[in-house]
Write a protein that binds this ligand. Structure first.
Ligand code: MEV
Length: 330
């Protein structure tokens, strides 16, 4: 093992889902993108004993672990997912051999929580990467996904693994639960607006609500199945670079998600406003019940579309020319 770093910093981006949220929990495909316009970060600093984890989100709390991953004080609920992520990373590092060094891990995030942007998954991935990097190692992608997915299950209960897999990915992916993701190649930048409704939501609650809905109502089950078909089309159109057709599929996905009962009047208004302002298409992104809407727009119209979404109720909008460089440092 190479010499441990004095201090190690690592990042993970937010995520957006182009198609297939909720359907992916039930075995259908989904297509999602890391969204590096907003990031979570972890900094591991040398300490005198054990591991202490702090987060800017909960300044009064700390999680404390022994170097073998066992807790030496009960961890407060909000820090349990990230404590699980670090515990798993310590166990993996022990299996890989070499000495573990005491450290303090300080987490910070610009990703709003409860907004459908994968905030908890990004924090877990940044924490795992920082823990490995502090010990002079890079975490292998499949191990990173596995550790972050376990942490996410603590954060949200039932989780398909889509969020941690996306924020750990180097670019857009097609994902099916319990399978390795498939990388999707995007050749040209495209215009993407992500807008936060400011209404916070809970993934676990929305997943449970959809499950109850499809069990009770065959029309909802049908909508869920169609969402899976839309996701496959979205993967093809993204790789072909047919952004106008992709936009139309996004709008179709929004209507199907609304039929599943996960949209809100504000998200509907933001989606409508984006389309009226020239977007190719728009949808809610994530678990719904609040959170974000996304719009695909001509690059020349990103500003107008973002402004229209703000006027329709969004509290923040991130207009972006989306193109990810694979192999960038993380
Ligand atoms: C949440 O970002 C996506 C959902 O499909 C839940 C999951 O896949 O775990 C709603």
């Amino acid at each position: 093992m190479s010499a441990p770093a004095e201090k190690a910093r690592a990042h993970a981006p937010a995520k957006v889902i182009l198609a297939g949220e909720h359907a992916v929990v039930h075995g259908h495909p989904a297509v999602a993108l890391p969204f590096p316009a907003i990031m979570a970060a972890g900094e591991a600093r040398p300490a005198s004993s054990g591991v202490t984890i702090r987060s800017d989100r909960y300044p009064d709390l700390a999680a404390r672990l022994n170097l073998d991953g066992t807790e030496y004080a009960p961890t407060a609920r909000p820090l349990q997912p990230v404590a699980e992520a670090v515990r798993g990373a310590l166990e993996a590092l022990t299996r890989l051999g070499g000495d573990l060094k005491p450290f303090e891990l300080v987490l910070s995030s610009g990703i709003p929580a409860g907004a459908g942007l994968g905030s908890s998954a990004a924090i877990a991935v940044a924490a795992i990467r920082a823990t490995f990097s502090f010990h002079g190692r890079t975490v292998p992608p499949s191990l990173l996904r596995m550790l972050a997915t376990k942490a996410e299950a603590i954060a949200h209960g039932t989780s398909s693994g889509l969020d941690p897999t996306t924020v750990a990915a180097e670019g857009p992916i097609r994902f099916v639960r319990d399978h390795a993701p498939i990388d999707l190649e995007v050749q040209e930048p495209f215009g993407l607006v992500v807008a936060d409704s400011g209404q916070s939501s809970g993934t676990g609650r929305m997943v449970a609500q959809v499950k109850a809905g499809i069990e009770a109502d065959p029309a909802r089950r049908e909508a869920l199945n169609t969402l899976g078909e839309v996701a496959d089309l979205v993967a093809e159109l993204l790789e072909c670079g047919d952004i106008p057709a992709l936009g139309r599929e996004l709008s179709r996905a929004h209507d199907l998600l609304a039929r599943l009962g996960v949209s809100t009047p504000r998200l509907d208004a933001m989606v409508r406003a984006a389309c009226e302002a020239g977007a190719f298409g728009a949808k809610l992104s994530g678990a719904g019940g609040g959170g974000c809407a996304i719009a695909l727009a001509p690059i020349s119209q990103l500003g107008e579309v973002a402004q229209a979404m703000i006027e329709a109720g969004a509290v923040t909008a991130w207009p972006t020319q989306y193109l990810i460089e694979r192999d960038a440092p993380r």
